[in-house]
Design a protein around this ligand. Structure first.
Ligand code: NAD
Length: 475
């Protein structure tokens, strides 16, 4: 079921020139799935040379023709979704329905960008002098280096590949070494759809070595990174040395504010299912729950019941709602969050431990009575932990919700339209869901503020991220 892995450089699959590599591990069994080759420096240089040539070809291809190839690739992704989703479950751990949904949405993203690329309009500005024509043009930025993480092995590459290709850019994509297989299959769809060679290159390696090698090269004009804040800051510094543009989709610590006028059971049902999606390893996962005192007992009861009922297991088993964590690092991180919460007076309502001793399984966990300065309330958990605490007033909860350096996503539940407007204005966040968790669609901008990063993916903003503006004055 798990396919052969390789690097895709200059339109051909290859093993590494250097012979180095690593094993890909199934997080449900801790057993190796396949050997992943790493790119040597020579491989990276070839990918770069190929991307330069690919850019020359692709920027000269009409948006109409680019669109046709992208649609074909999206169709192939849909046709092959079952096989791609199963590979994703094996390497990443998420349940099959989530993996299947991810592949289908990723195809939608490619389709949406394919169409939007045809609407990359400039404008004509009336000149001051007689006969002067002033044109504002949108041009493809150039070769893109894209780095994607392990939590969404196809969705995060699809956002970057879709935006860049629609704009007329070529890419070198370094996907996650821990979850390479599904991305390999996505790239195969583009190759089989007839994408000219060099337009999309896929490499793997030691992340810091690959990024440092590529970011020092003049030909790379844009960096798009999804991952942790420390790595994002490091890459932004490297990019600044040669003034490369960046899009940074970094971590979050999303507050959920449940007001007393909301239906607490309905709010709990909506947000609990969202919490344990991908075992909480989602940058927009709800991670700090502030519930107004009057409805706190009802919300907590329903939320905890939900957590207790989540079926944990191998993502390929029917009925499983939560798979293992993606790697052993996350297990250690969960133990550290829980230990700190307990030390600080936190009460574990359910979960709080690893499940079994094979596979990186962890219990869906609910924690109460934790202080605002505890680890779980201040550091991104990136796992199935839900701290639930109370608040009294609007101003108080806004201050607490905005107190961290993160600003990616936030959620609120209320039946008052006045409160809905006030809380969505007050939260310092790139995305706000009010009575809604639908904050990530192909058509809408996805991105953070504060240390959660800058730039958006999705929406017209996602296309604009790969375009530069040129002004032409013609007398
Ligand atoms: P990490 O910081 O080591 O790595 C995060 C991602 O960045 C990985 O995909 C990794 O391959 C990549 N990376 C690391 N160093 C790099 C470098 N020098 N150049 C290019 N890429 C590099 O952390 P981790 O243990 O893999 O994940 C833990 C934390 O990362 C989580 O707690 C979460 O905050 C964050 N994360 C965020 C997202 C997201 O969607 N924003 C995704 C995955 C991880």
């Amino acid at each position: 079921m798990y396919g052969e892995l390789g690097l895709f450089i200059d339109g051909a699959w290859r093993k590494s020139g250097g012979g180095k590599g690593e094993d890909v591990i199934n997080p449900a069994t801790e057993k190796p799935l396949a050997r992943l080759p790493h790119a040597s420096k020579a491989d990276l240089d070839e990918a770069l040379e190929s991307a330069k040539q690919g850019f020359a070809i692709w920027r000269a291809t009409s948006a109409y023709d680019r669109c046709k190839i992208m649609h074909k690739a999206a169709d192939l992704m849909r046709e092959r979704h079952d096989a791609i989703a199963k590979i994703m479950v094996l390497e990443q751990g998420k349940p099959y329905p989530e993996a299947r949904g991810e592949v289908i949405v990723s195809a939608d993203i490619i389709d949406w960008y394919a169409e939007e690329g045809r609407r990359s309009y400039g404008r004509i500005v009336p000149g001051r002098g007689k006969g002067v024509r002033q044109l504002v043009m949108q041009e493809a930025i150039g070769v893109v280096a894209a780095f994607t993480p392990w939590n969404f092995p196809v969705l995060t590459p699809a956002r970057k590949v879709g935006g860049a290709l629609a704009a007329g850019c070529s890419l070198i994509l370094k996907a996650s070494e821990e979850t390479p297989g599904a991305c390999v299959e996505m790239v195969r769809c583009f190759a089989d759809a007839g994408l000219p060679k060099g337009v999309l290159n896929l490499v793997f390696g030691v992340p810091s070595e690959v990024s440092e090698h590529l970011l020092t090269k003049d030909a790379v004009r844009k960096i798009s990174f999804t991952g942790s804040i420390p790595v994002g800051k490091h890459l932004a510094q490297l990019a600044a040395k040669s003034m490369k543009r960046t899009t940074m989709e970094l971590g979050g610590h999303s507050p959920v504010v449940v007001f007393a006028d909301a239906d607490p059971e309905k709010a709990a049902d909506t947000i609990a299912a969202f919490k344990y999606r991908n075992a909480g390893q989602v940058c927009i996962s709800p991670t700090r729950f502030y519930v107004q005192e009057d409805v706190y007992p009802r919300f907590l009861k329903r939320f905890t019941e939900y957590a207790k009922g989540v079926k944990v297991g191998d993502g390929l088993e029917k009925g499983v709602a939560m798979g293992p964590l993606a790697n052993a690092r996350r297990l250690d991180a969960m133990d550290a969050f829980v230990a700190d919460a307990k030390d600080r007076g936190g009460k574990i309502q359910t979960g709080g431990t690893r499940r079994g001793n094979q596979g990186y399984f962890y219990e869906p966990t609910v924690i109460t009575d934790v202080p605002d300065d505890s680890k779980i309330m201040t550091q991104e958990p990136f796992g199935p932990l839900a701290p639930v605490v109370t608040f009294k007033t609007f101003d108080e909860v806004v201050e607490r919700a905005n107190s961290l350096e993160f600003g990616l996503a936030a959620y609120a539940f209320t039946t008052s339209s006045t409160t809905a407007a006030a809380i969505s204005d007050a939260l310092e966040s790139g995305m706000v869901g009010v009575n809604s968790i639908a904050i990530s669609t192909p058509e809408t901008p996805f991105g953070g503020v504060k240390e959660s990063g800058h730039g958006s993916e999705g929406g017209i903003e996602g296309l604009g991220a790969y375009l530069v503006t040129k002004f032409i004055s013609q007398g």
